[in-house]
Design a protein around this ligand. Structure first.
Ligand SMILES: O=C[C@H](O)COP(=O)(O)O
Length: 242
């Protein structure tokens, strides 16, 4: 049985005060959320301690948005897996397209981060996906297979989540058609040694399309940016119905 995970990726949004305000609005709405799904909030580093202190005993699990591969060292501005574990982090987003695009992330560094995260007991959420130009050129499958081939070298597929995030659908309102997302995720699954891996879809997931996305046979959850920032919207997402 594949685990369903709805994860919010707050990106570089929310101060400590805003995080507390979010929880105040969101937590009461979890009372009726079915327990067949896990909920994760991937927050900026500065919010992780606040989440940890305020979510103790809650069903929400905490995620970070990046991690360095070294255990410690002279790496100004970086954070280690152990530091994340220590503040109660369980998941970490790795290889998000924004990191690949703006911060020089490569398949090689993604692979290093994945292995370091797993070694410390974190569950990585590995993001893969194609750009608009690559899709238009008919390269979607080739690009994703290349990412998987390099990113997953010596990575434990039992403790891993993959998020398929077509870059052109991120933050654009231009959601990938759910049948197409299902097709690509099916292809991703066919390349894995663990066919029961949770594979999420990400890219303009909103309250008005979550039910259709979650009704797809290959899709095991969502990685949500914009709509995870609002407590009412995120509550609607975690309360999806199929
Ligand atoms: O990690 C989340 C994705 O980048 C999706 O962002 P979005 O829901 O704002 O399109």
């Amino acid at each position: 049985m594949r685990k369903v995970i709805i994860a919010g990726n707050w990106k570089m949004f929310k101060t400590r005060a805003e995080t507390l305000e979010f929880l105040q609005g969101f937590l009461p709405q979890l009372d009726t959320t079915p327990d067949d799904r896990d909920i994760v909030l991937c927050a900026p580093f500065t919010d992780l301690g606040t989440l940890s202190r305020n979510l103790h005993g809650s069903r929400i699990q905490i995620g970070a948005q990046n991690v360095h591969w070294a255990e410690s060292g002279a790496f100004t501005g970086e954070i280690s897996a152990l530091m994340l574990v220590e503040v109660g982090v369980r998941y970490v987003v790795i290889g998000h397209s924004e990191r690949r695009q703006f911060f020089g992330e490569t398949d090689e560094t993604v692979n290093l981060r994945l292995k370091a995260a797993q070694k410390a007991g974190l569950i990585p959420i590995l993001c893969v996906g194609e750009s608009k130009q690559q899709r238009d050129a008919g390269e979607t499958e080739a690009i994703i297979f290349k990412q998987l081939e390099h990113d997953l070298i010596d990575v434990d597929q039992e403790h891993l989540i993959i998020a398929y995030e077509p870059i052109w659908a991120i933050g654009t309102g231009d959601t990938c058609a759910s049948a197409e997302a299902n097709r690509v995720i099916g292809l991703i699954r066919s390349k894995l040694s663990n066919p029961d891996m949770t594979i999420q879809y990400g890219g303009s997931v909103k309250p008005d399309n979550i039910n259709e996305i979650m009704a797809q046979s290959e899709i095991d959850g969502a990685l949500v940016g914009g709509a995870s920032l609002d407590p009412q919207d995120f509550a609607k997402l975690v309360n999806y119905k199929v």
